[in-house]
Every structure is written in structure tokens, then in C-alpha cells.
Design a protein around this ligand. Structure first.
Ligand code: IPM
Ligand code: MG
Length: 353
């Protein structure tokens, strides 16, 4: 199993270091992994001028999976758009055709008090957001800022082909079929033609999955329902931009964005795995970031790309035990619990593993 490790910027290297310790421990136990490191984001711009250098692309295309930390930082804010660290992330998603982004939002019972919502509203929460990741307004052309009638106008294009909609719909129906068999497709068909097509195609694909109950929701209502009664949802499927927004919202229902992993998959389950959170420059280098989302991303990698369900669960159970034993990084701290730093959290995971 060849894994390209791209630590990136900010807290990226610190949290990735703990995930690598977990992979190395599994290697000692006989897991056949081989890690190779590369640059992405701001550190890649610093070294090469390109947030997704050719060498990284070669490394990532030859690997079976990519483990990514996070990209970005305030020192890069003034760079031209094509050099921004986020461009590295968008480029690798597009280059590797990682169109299916799975973002689970699971509330660990031990962390129920970390949510800003009432306990009863979130207890037992387990949602999977399936976000299309290589299309939509993120990549649509034409785009730009230009002069029209003596003033600047900014424009982007929201666009989806039926092929793109169909393939993400299949991923979502398959995910729902393995869970509670409920799929909610989110669109804005009352205003946007692009998402009318989205809804039409999802309805067509539904015929192939008679066991899954399909519903539709407009995105504004979905944003509201996620905080009103999130447990009504099992799997949600939506486009790139709506999915970006709704997945941040869903992650916070669980109390900490520092706990949530994600997978971005191509048609053959090759994948890029990364925590949902960003590079958190304000806390980088202080050994206080929560490495659990990154370690949980390793579990997702073993599950989706390498079909190692047992080892994936072994990692997830170790993390559950760490939480039950009261270890907490700052983002999930609670009085009466044991406060630990990034590396100590890694130690705790390894000891339960
Ligand atoms: C995410 C992030 C990215 C996105 C940014 C960093 C480009 O917010 O993965 O959700 O918008 O997709
Ligand atoms: Mg986002």
C-alpha cells in the first residue's frame, strides 16, 4: 500500500506526524504500508512557486492513497490567485478525479457536551454528507473579474453535466444502502436550472435503488433543518459549493471540527484522506492541535481504499477508548478531564491501539 503523505501548512505537519506514528505502529504489526512525503499548498509555493508541483502530482498519481494535513496561512493571502495554497488542494482533487467527497459527522457520546446544541438534539448523531468535489461553480468556466460598461464585474459559472450528477448520485445511494437507507438530495431548483437538472438526474438514478428512500430539500431549508433537527438525516448528497457550506455546519453539530475525517474518492476508490478542519495558523507550532481527525482519516483510508475494515475499526476503537479514558486536546477540553497536547494525544492513541 503506497501512501503519499502531504503534510501541508500550519498545524498540518504536527497532526500528520501523529497519524504517521499510527501507520508505523500498524506496519510493525504487519500492515504493508510504504510512505512517501511530498509538498502541497503554501510550503510548496515557498519551495517551488507552485502550490501543486509536478513532483507532487507524480508522487500522488503513483500512490494508492494520499494522506493530507491542511493547507494555507495568512502569509499567503497576498499571492496571486493561481499561487494560493487552496489552489493546490483544488488542483489535486481535479487532477486525480476525486469527485466523491465523504464527510461523516458523528457525535461521540463522550463529547456530547462539546456541541453548542442541546444534548437531546445531537445525542446519537450520525450523518454522512456526500459532496461532489470536482465540478460546480468551483471549476465552471467562464470565470473572472473584468470591465463591462466602465465598471468591474465578477462572474463564475455554476455547471453540472448529467454524467457528473449521475456518478455522485450512485456513490450517495450506495452509501445510504449500507446505512439507514435514507438519502436527502440538496439543491436550489426553485431558482437555479443547474440544480433542476441535478434533481431530475437524482430521481432517475433512484430507480436503481428501490430500497433507499429519497427525499429532496432546498439548500436554505437544509441549512435550517441541520440545526433544528439534524437527526432526521442519514445521508445527504449535494453539489460542490452547497456541500462545502453544509459540511462545515454539520461538523460543528458534533462539537469539534477537530474530530472529523474525510475521504475524497475517484471511480476506483483511490482516495485522498484529510481532516475536515483547516491549517489553523493561530495555533500551529504549539503542540495543542487535535490530531484525531487526521488519525480517523487513516481509518477511512484503510476502509475505503485498502478494504481493511478490521484495522480501520481498530483505530476507531482506540480513539473511542482514548476519549472514554478522559484524554482531551484543547478544542474538546472539559473540566475533570486530562488535558493533553498533540503529541501526548498521539501517545494515548498508540497505547490503546
Ligand atoms: C474544504 C475547504 C476547501 C473547499 C478550500 C480550502 C478550497 O473549505 O475542503 O471544504 O472550499 O473545498
Ligand atoms: Mg470547506
Amino acid at each position: 500500500m503506497k501512501i503519499a503523505v502531504l503534510a501541508g501548512d500550519g498545524i498540518g505537519p504536527e497532526i500528520i506526524a501523529q497519524a504517521v506514528r499510527v501507520l508505523n505502529a500498524l506496519k510493525t504489526d504487519g500492515l504493508n504500508v510504504e510512505l512517501e512525503h511530498g509538498l502541497i499548498g503554501g510550503c510548496a509555493v515557498d519551495a517551488t512557486g507552485d502550490p501543486y508541483p509536478e513532483a507532487t502530482h507524480r508522487l500522488a498519481s503513483h500512490a494508492d492513497a494520499v494522506l493530507l494535513g491542511a493547507v494555507g496561512g495568512p502569509q499567503y493571502d497576498d499571492l496571486p490567485r493561481h499561487q494560493r495554497p487552496e489552489r493546490g488542494l483544488l488542483a489535486i482533487r481535479k487532477a486525480l478525479n476525486l469527485f466523491a467527497n465523504l464527510r461523516p459527522a458523528i457525535l461521540y457520546p463522550e463529547l456530547a457536551n462539546a456541541s453548542s446544541l442541546k444534548y437531546d438534539v445531537v445525542a446519537g448523531l450520525d450523518i454522512m454528507i456526500v459532496r461532489e468535489l470536482t465540478g460546480d461553480i468551483y471549476f465552471g468556466e467562464p470565470r473572472g473579474i473584468e470591465m463591462r460598461d466602465h465598471q468591474r464585474v465578477g462572474f463564475n459559472t455554476m455547471i453540472y453535466s448529467e454524467t457528473e450528477i449521475r456518478r455522485i448520485a450512485h456513490v450517495a445511494f450506495k452509501a445510504a444502502a449500507k446505512r439507514q437507507r435514507k438519502l436527502c438530495s440538496v439543491d436550489k431548483m426553485n431558482v437555479l436550472e443547474c440544480t433542476q437538472l441535478w434533481r431530475d438526474i437524482v430521481i432517475e438514478v433512484a430507480k436503481e435503488y428501490p430500497d433507499v428512500t429519497l427525499s429532496h430539500m432546498l439548500v436554505d431549508n437544509a441549512a435550517m433543518q441541520l440545526v433544528r433537527n439534524p437527526k432526521q438525516f442519514d445521508v445527504m448528497v449535494t453539489g460542490n459549493m452547497f456541500g462545502d457550506i453544509l459540511s462545515d455546519e454539520a461538523s460543528m453539530l458534533t462539537g469539534s471540527i477537530g474530530m472529523l475525517p474525510s475521504a475524497s474518492l475517484d471511480e476506483n476508490n483511490k482516495g485522498l484522506y484529510e481532516p475536515i478542519h483547516g491549517s489553523a495558523p493561530d495555533i500551529s507550532g504549539k503542540d495543542i492541535a487535535n490530531p484525531l481527525a487526521t488519525i480517523l482519516s487513516v481509518a477511512m483510508m484503510l476502509r475505503y481504499t485498502f478494504n481493511q475494515e478490521e484495522t480501520a475499526q481498530r483505530i476507531e476503537q482506540a480513539i473511542q477508548k482514548v476519549l472514554a479514558a478522559g484524554f482531551r486536546t484543547r478544542d474538546i477540553s472539559e473540566s475533570g478531564m486530562t488535558s493533553v497536547g498533540t503529541r501526548e494525544m498521539g501517545d494515548a492513541v498508540l497505547s490503546f491501539l
